[in-house]
Design a protein around this ligand. Structure first.
Ligand SMILES: O=P(O)(O)OC[C@H]1O[C@@H](O)[C@H](O)[C@@H](O)[C@@H]1O
Length: 454
């Protein structure tokens, strides 16, 4: 057994804890039988240790991890995490490796961190923050200031589970361990890149959060920009937190809206009533809890440029939408066509396309190859590999870093600020109504007239 990490879950009674955090922990403990974890749950309910233990067991069972639940010591402490005395009582006596996981809404997390003082936190305590991290660049900076007044940056974990996705991590090996890819990985050979994460899921009862966020902030500002950073980064000297995060951070610093023209480089749309997988969906504006005056988009598309010598001139299209039928979830790298083809060859000369499916992992390379019939006639052929699901789900991968005290897969403070800086011109243009709010039928591929991706 390794030394136990104490995971203090602030918001232990909440949805995030039972739906994401505990199942991820269960999966991790099954994969790593030697890992030792102690849970201290904190929330406002009057629960007993046994009641929290039941929540843990149920969540673990959803990952076939019932046996692992027996290895976890569970304690519950009734706590108002915005009150100094309660926080003192909760943190008194904590020793060893401690992670404080904020599984609470951002406003409660902010109230808690401004109530905490360094003397309440044992040396080495990690603070684990969920998205959304702030609401704009200035608020993210302020949050960073408060957090790093409590612990050093290397102990702050800003969770973005897309960094733990096996597809994102597979980009590293694919790029840096294959001489046929990395030397071509620049504007010299690559024409454009699409990072698409459409979902058939609609609102799923999350209006309280989603109606204020929208697709741009919910997915592009956070997850898809992180994927872009991994795809576009220079080779880091190592995959430790310093080198890896310096490399991804440098990409984000160089990223801006294409042509500095947010109105021309973004689209937004909202779904109307339709049907997904045989189930009727109401219009977004008729979903319970939605404020129709908010103009929240459920599909966003943006084009960015990474302004450095490697990438200048290559459009990176990022798109994410809800209630999309047969949704695409992939990274698509479009290579340039060759400059010249010898006379005598006919058929397809389009540039190669490399696709990374975002779970289950699959890589596919479309090339121009000889047609079986005629050796001088080229047609498209696809070489593909199924890469499976990855050993750990994305959340479990990220959590494993937290429990090890390794922030490599956590978003660094300045990167979180950059992500807000990058999308700000688009949010402002949308606020000024410079971009129309298009509509698409729930269950369709998106608004008519938008480019097709498949
Ligand atoms: O498909 P995954 O891994 O659940 O990630 C997508 C989800 O990521 C979350 O962060 C978003 O808030 C959700 O709206 C989205 O559905």
């Amino acid at each position: 057994m390794t030394d136990a990490t104490t995971l203090v879950i602030l918001g232990a009674g909440g949805d995030l804890t039972s739906r994401l955090l505990l199942p991820a922990l269960g999966q991790l403990l099954v994969r790593e039988p030697d890992r030792a974890v102690r849970i201290i749950g904190a929330d406002r309910e009057e629960w007993t240790d046994a009641e929290l233990a039941t929540v843990v067991r149920t969540a673990f069972a959803s990952m076939d991890a019932e046996d692992a639940a027996a290895r976890v010591d569970v304690t519950y402490v009734r706590t108002d995490i915005t009150q100094t005395d309660d926080l003192r009582a909760l943190t008194a006596g904590l020793t060893g490796r401690v992670a404080l996981y904020f599984a609470v809404p951002p406003s409660v997390a902010a109230a808690c961190i401004s109530t905490l003082t360094p003397d309440m936190l044992p040396a080495g305590t990690m603070l684990v923050m969920e998205k959304p991290f702030g609401t704009d660049e200035a608020s993210a900076r302020e949050l960073n200031r408060t957090l790093t007044a409590l612990v050093p940056e290397s102990q702050v974990f800003r969770v973005d589970h897309f960094l733990g996705r096996s597809t994102t991590l597979n980009l590293l090996g694919a790029r840096f361990a294959n001489r046929i890819l990395e030397p071509l990985w620049s504007a010299e050979s690559i024409e454009s890149v699409d990072i698409i994460y459409d979902e058939s899921l609609a609102l799923e009862g999350r209006a309280g959060y989603y109606d204020r966020a929208g697709a741009l902030v919910d997915m592009i500002q956070s997850h898809l920009l992180q994927v872009l950073a991994v795809l576009a980064m220079d080779e880091p000297a190592s995959l430790d937190e310093v080198d890896f995060r310096a490399a991804t951070g440098a990409v984000l610093r160089a990223t801006a809206v294409w042509g500095d023209d947010p109105a021309a480089s973004s689209r937004r749309a909202r779904y109307t009533a339709g049907e997904i997988d045989g189930t009727a969906k109401p219009s977004y504006v008729d979903e319970p809890g939605v404020d129709p005056d908010r103009h929240t988009e459920t599909l966003a598309e943006t084009v960015f440029e990474v302004r450095n010598a490697r990438w200048a001139g290559v459009p990176f299209r990022l798109r994410s939408g809800k209630a999309i039928g047969t949704p695409a979830r992939e990274i698509v790298v479009h290579f340039r066509p060759v400059r010249h083809v010898p006379q005598g060859l006919t058929g397809s000369f389009d540039g190669a396309i490399l696709r990374f499916s975002l779970g289950p992992d699959r890589m596919a390379l479309e090339l121009n190859l000889n047609a079986a019939e005629d050796p001088f006639e080229l047609e498209r052929a696809t070489l593909s590999a199924e890469l499976g699901e990855g050993a750990l789900k994305a959340y479990a991968e990220v959590l494993s870093g937290v429990l090890d005290g390794d922030p490599m897969l956590a978003v660094r403070g300045d990167a979180a600020e950059q992500c807000w800086r990058i999308v700000a011109p688009i949010l402002e243009a949308w606020q000024r109504d410079e971009v129309p709010m298009d509509e698409y039928v729930a269950g369709s591929l998106g608004p008519e007239g938008w480019p097709a991706y498949r």
